[in-house]
Design a protein around this ligand. Structure first.
Ligand code: RDL
Ligand code: RDL
Ligand code: RDL
Length: 152
């Protein structure tokens, strides 16, 4: 399995490193190709290059939208680009975004960023290696980085 990791220098926590650590702890037969770009709007083409030129089977795109209105627009544009890249390549790109205003306190934001990156890495492992395990969790209110909310 070839796994692409793309991340940004804009982010205030190294989510790429957390994701890679989690992937390596949970699977052995994988090759990781990592590319870092300035910000989230640079992620869609990077993810597409990882798929088409580096032959990645799946990509994680990690980034941190800032708190301003223009950052949220930027994040939405990046997200739309990531979805387009998935539709163009027929490969999954897991969007791992942590909005800076999800937490007030920098220490809590750091914990959220680390946990969300690790939990999406676990999602990737399930999707690619254990799809039945993921199917078992259908409709169970799973969240990433914060406690699961659970089923109704
Ligand atoms: O292509 C260069 C930049 O335009 C690109 O890196 C942007 O994603 C950078 N950027 C913004 O210009 C912005 O207004 C980012 C944010 N906000 C943001 O909130 N988070 C980012 N990048 O990762
Ligand atoms: O690619 C991995 C995730 O980005 C993707 O699964 C998203 O759909 C997850 N997600 C959010 O990131 C979010 O902010 C979801 C919601 N909100 C939501 O409200 N409902 C979802 N997913 O099913
Ligand atoms: O309902 C509380 C949260 O789930 C909600 O605020 C989400 O939108 C938070 N969230 C993001 O903002 C995001 O960019 C989530 C993700 N990504 C994500 O990938 N997984 C989540 N929440 O569970």
């Amino acid at each position: 399995m070839r796994i692409g990791i793309c991340d940004t220098t804009f982010a205030r926590f190294d989510m790429g490193a957390a994701a890679i650590d989690e992937l390596k702890n949970n699977a052995t037969d994988l090759t990781i190709i990592r590319q870092t770009v300035p910000g989230v709007k640079d992620l869609p083409v990077t993810a597409k290059i990882l798929i088409e030129e580096e032959n990645c089977d799946i990509v994680m795109a990690l980034g941190m939208p800032g708190p301003m209105e223009k950052d949220k627009v930027c994040a939405h544009e990046a997200s739309t680009g990531l979805i387009n890249a998935q539709l163009m390549t027929n490969k999954h790109i897991l969007e791992v975004f942590v909005h800076e205003d999800e937490e007030d306190n920098p220490e809590d934001l750091k914990v959220l960023a680390e946990n969300r990156a690790r939990e999406h890495a676990q999602n990737l492992i399930k999707m690619m290696y254990h799809p039945k395990a993921m199917r078992k969790e259908a409709g169970t209110g799973v969240r990433e980085g914060k406690p699961n909310v659970g089923p109704l």
